[in-house]
Ligand binder design. Structure first.
Ligand SMILES: [Zn+2]
Length: 361
């Protein structure tokens, strides 16, 4: 269902012989060159499209921690950060906590809901639902719709990647007519479906390390900082923050992260059903993003620098320093086959190409 997207190129295009053949995709400058080389034509078309005042609404549908934010932010960064935005429903709800604490803003929110919400709850019940919400219960769909509508109105003339809606099967129906409901001009809407092996999600969580000062999130195994420390007593390696302001503070795991996907199994099952449901829809254009490529096919489809490396560390007693080893990260995909996980850039590349196609540019 999720086709493998070919990002490998055999040779450099005519007249571009001076360009590099390999790119460090974690380096923003080299990433820019990479996109220029591999999808320069589509980037130009999309920029023109936005410059003429066109937009789109894309609904991101993928499992929790599948990289929805990363891919769409990379799309925005590459095409036009002024005109494209990643919009997270989760962040929106968390920001409302601040609004509710401010007397004036709270009143404004109540007024807005009285005018814009339609459904079976009173405004009082809605505010209570926001204040007493938990991760287990979903907020009423009508409330989410009204709040998204309010946010979209603040972002006129922008293309949006909506992350976190639809979250449930019954919300899919609303998505289909959402554009009409909010009168979002006649600009196209589409679904972006993301396929990531659960093993990838699991290890992303397990090895995640966060800077306690600047909140930068990295991975001990998959995306280390430039400085690695070693605790000889615990025989453990750790990351030190690169940000000069943080003065080499140690990055730490978040609470619960060591258990990986165990704590979100139920949520992942639900997300899986949602993806299957969205795939079977007619009438709305769909973009398919896949994070992994079977090992047996990788050579024909991707360049080796597009594959996520894994990092291993050794302590050299002689030199008194950490030695870093890098190799392609091999995982078992959901079918139990050996596969490579792709870095974010090649996935964002396929997003750029497919959206250009969906928009008929
Ligand atoms: Zn930091």
């Amino acid at each position: 269902m999720f086709p493998i997207f070919k990002t490998k190129i055999k040779s450099l295009p005519a007249g571009r012989q001076g360009l590099k053949k390999r790119f460090d995709l974690n380096n923003p400058k080299e990433r820019k060159e990479y996109f220029e080389l591999k999808t320069g034509k589509e980037i130009k078309k999309l920029r023109d499209y936005f410059k003429k005042g066109n937009t789109f609404i894309a609904y991101l549908i993928g499992k929790k921690n599948s990289g929805k934010g990363t891919y769409s932010k990379m799309f925005a960064e590459t095409i036009d950060p002024e005109r494209v935005e990643h919009f997270s429903v989760g962040d929106m709800i968390r920001e409302i906590d601040q609004e509710l604490k401010d007397k004036k803003k709270r009143k404004e929110l109540i007024n807005f809901l009285e005018k814009n919400y339609r459904g079976w709850s009173s405004t009082k019940e809605l505010i209570l639902a926001l204040e007493k919400r938990s991760t287990k219960t979903l907020l009423p769909t009508g409330l989410i719709l009204a709040l998204i509508k309010r946010e979209i109105a603040k972002r006129k003339k922008k293309a949006l990647f909506i992350d976190g809606f639809p979250r449930d099967l019954d919300q899919i129906n609303f998505t289909l007519f959402f554009r009409d409901l909010i009168g979002y001009r006649q600009d196209p809407d589409l679904f972006v479906l993301i396929d990531v092996p659960e093993r990838v999600i699991d290890e992303r969580i397990k090895y995640r390390r966060v800077c306690p000062r600047c909140q930068t999130s990295r991975s001990l195994k998959l995306f280390p900082t430039s400085k690695i420390g070693y605790d000889s007593k615990k025989k453990e390696f750790y990351l030190l923050c690169d940000n000069p302001q943080c003065k080499e503070v140690k990055l730490l795991p978040k609470e619960g992260d060591s258990s990986g996907i165990k704590l979100i199994k139920g949520r992942l099952k639900k997300d899986e059903k949602l993806i299957a449901q969205a795939i079977s829809l007619y009438g709305i254009p769909k973009v398919f993003l896949r994070n992994s490529v079977p090992k047996s096919k990788a050579q024909g489809y991707v360049d080796d620098y597009e594959i996520t490396p894994e990092y291993k560390y050794l302590w050299s007693e002689k030199e008194k320093k950490v030695v870093v080893k890098e190799k392609p990260w091999l995982i078992l995909n959901d079918e139990g086959k050996e596969a490579y996980s792709l870095l974010a850039a090649p996935v964002a590349l396929s997003l750029i190409k497919q959206i250009t196609k969906v928009l008929n540019l």
